[in-house]
Design a binder for this molecule. Sequence first.
Ligand code: FMN
Length: 446
Amino acid sequence: MNILVINGSPKGKNSITLQSMLYLEKKNIDHQFKFLHIGPIIRKLEKDFSEAKKMLEKADLIIFSYPVYTFLAPYQMHRFIELVYDNDVNVKDKWATQITTSKHFYDITAHRFMNENMLDFGLKVLPGLSQDMEDLLKEIGRKELLDWMKMTEFRIEMGIFRARKERAIESQRKYEAKLDNIPKTGKKKISIVTNVEDNDSSLQNMIEDFRRSIPYEATVFNIGKFPFSGGCLGCFGCAKTGKCVHKDGFDSYLREQIQSADSIVYAFRIKHHFTASSMKCYDDRQFCNGHRAVTAGTPTAYIIAGDLGAEENLRDLIEARASVGGNYLSQIVTDEGEDVSSSIESAAKALTFALENNIAEPRNFYGVGGNKIFRDLIYEMRGLMKADHRFYKRNGYYSDLPQRHICRMIAMQFVGLLLSLPGAEKKKGMMMKGMLMPYKKVLEQK
Ligand SMILES: Cc1cc2nc3c(=O)[nH]c(=O)nc-3n(C[C@H](O)[C@H](O)[C@H](O)COP(=O)(O)O)c2cc1C
């Protein structure tokens, strides 16, 4: 079988994920492996995609190999996907799968995103593998990798796959309303981060109506026009200094202009199950802030053109980003409903209320789980990620490391012992009352 590995890591041949592919190549003498390292040559591919097209069209099995970057794939992989669409590459009915390495922080949203695109390309999609970045160093990790390849071969032989007949057509609704421009009496500042295109008057009008409906000055930052000199390189150059190795001024643009506001609102059109890759470049380059939730406590909102109703993964991702970042998600407006202008007005009202009342983001699994992964990672890597470590210490992120809850652990030992004694059934009622006592105290407070 001709296997084409699309290596989407910005690190090219130095990619950790790629090492798993090289390990498979070494173990699979029956197959021919070809590699396309798209990360370092993405600008070249923009100019000439012909060689990549040939390689894709020749392959029997395409493996998308990439690191998880900010809930999804690296910018370079998103850009590659756009180029596959733009260059009319015909990969219909070829086999495809994916492999990632990461710390498992939102590997699921990345995999679902990639699956949706593989299905849109007309590929026969096989289950992917999400490895921890250190799995290849462990025997069990290597076994999982080889097993995954065995299952991939088995599924191909048996013809077990997922496929989609037709690609969904992306929405082209037009929004034209112009709401009244209310006086800008509020003292807060809003940043609207968008990648709206010049010919997308519909999304431009949605943004404009939101600006008109909110009682604050709202500045639009069109990151689609920012002169990025490239995507995040994954080089960790910023880990110590907080400064990116790219010298295009993005760090200060982000921190001094965008993140200095009291709220960041995002506005984009859905494209290829996320939005145009410029937004991913913006997301990845925020790695100069490390894993620090620097805008925690500020509310957010989204203005979206497109069928969010058909994009569950994107909605999950938006909710997860808010929860992990500690940003109260006041509303998501889309152009799907009947009365879009009233949705925009109510989103402006909800954001105003959240801002004026300092509404906190209620954490759920997305935020609690995600932040625990980060907490453990930064604690372990504190020698390298110094700025993150200082931030985590200062903001009490380590206060819930399990070994710190000594009183609770002792109390649980005691309860466990009590319940193991004869007549434990009768004590259960007492235990429940005991557990409720601290809550009762809170309710009794004035
Ligand atoms: C910009 C950036 C964003 C990242 N985002 C995530 C993430 O969302 N989830 C995660 O678990 N790891 C994340 N990581 C860690 C990488 O996925 C991990 O280091 C990966 O193994 C690198 O693989 P590579 O060497 O093939 O590029 C991120 C790393 C960088 C540099």
